[in-house]
Design a protein around this ligand. Sequence first.
Ligand code: PLP
Length: 438
Amino acid sequence: PTSPLSQPGDAPASAALLERARAVTPGGVNSPVRAFRAVGGTPRFMASGRGPWLTDVDGREYVDLVCSWGPMILGHAHPAVLEAVRDAAGRGFSFGTPSENEVLLAEEIVDRVGPVDRVRLVSSGTEATMSAIRLARGFTGRSLVVKFAGHYHGHVDSLLVSAGSGLATFALPDSAGVPAEMAAETIVVPYNDVPALEAVFAARGGEIACVITEAAAGNMGVVPPQPGFTQALRRVTAEHGALLVSDEVMTGFRVGRAGWWGHEGVDVAPDLMTFGKVMGGGFPAAAFGGRADVMALLAPDGPVYQAGTLSGNPVATAAGLATLRACDDALYARLGEVARAIADAASAALSDAGVPHRVQWAGSMFSVFFREGEVRTYDDARAQDAAAFGRFFHAMLDAGVYLPPSAFESWFVSGAHDDAAVERVVAALPAAARAAAS
Ligand code: PLP
């Protein structure tokens, strides 16, 4: 790849497209974080991707450390996935009937993830968590949902809430348009805080349908559960007859062949789990699944309704299946090596420049917090120097490295990140670290 060195704001074709986009789309983007609001500057419109590289509409190439926010675990346009997609598309795009690839993808998921007896395919992670919660409510006949501060489960109304200060709060909507009554069905508890969870259950346990948790948090930066936390979730929910919903939309098939569940240990079986991202291979495919007796309540067998015109889409399931089939132990070992090389280099560069920071891990997912000390909660994560990250981000972008455009995100690598890609990142780090320090 050619060197894409650019000046900040020097992205004329992206800037022109953004202006046109703004005239027809709010903010010019179809998902808010793409707008670069947290770091400033012009979001890059990408024209193509191959392996670990992205090329923007100005012709500049970047090493991609976002990987479409997780899905592109094999890199862009992976040959096996491309072939599967071409083959599937050549046979039709959508049938609105059952098809074989749906069965194969469901079998692959059930085979990998022990607690999942049955799985239902949907089109996005948001749909997966929304449906899992409806199912938990239908199964228990209760309505309250417990979530953790800083965890993101998609833009489901009742989950689009954050905690106020205090030990455990009834949630206030995080978004206009979410009725207060709906937010009031959600209780937000600080993450990694077992006593707070126990207090909520002691007060309202008989009304709680489920606890939903990111298996390892990745949406406030990477904050894994403290040792014993997941076990405590299982114990407390079981004691009170509530379900445990583990959201593996980000971690599933990313941190290991059976996701965080397989990574952390098989001693905690959630009742329901949600998946997305990697299992769609870059196409809209997601899923929720779990205990057979709970899943049996779903329509058409049971009374909990859930459906989708494009659910189990033949092209998306072909991409997901081809992706999962390539996700073997060797791939996960490679992801770990690449992530370690990049994180170690980032940490060394920041140390040399005197920038306080901390790297945290969940499998090969990691993030660099611009603060010292362990990050266990959302409040910890927020107490970082986001402005320093912004300077770091832009220096990396100028040097041809595409980081997540926010300090509160995981960095992702792929099996296609080869030595050339890693070298590009490592070469860019010292100057970026100095920019962060300035
Ligand atoms: N759950 C988690 C843990 C996620 O990280 C995300 C997306 O980032 C979602 C749910 C929502 O998935 P989607 O964006 O496909 O709706």
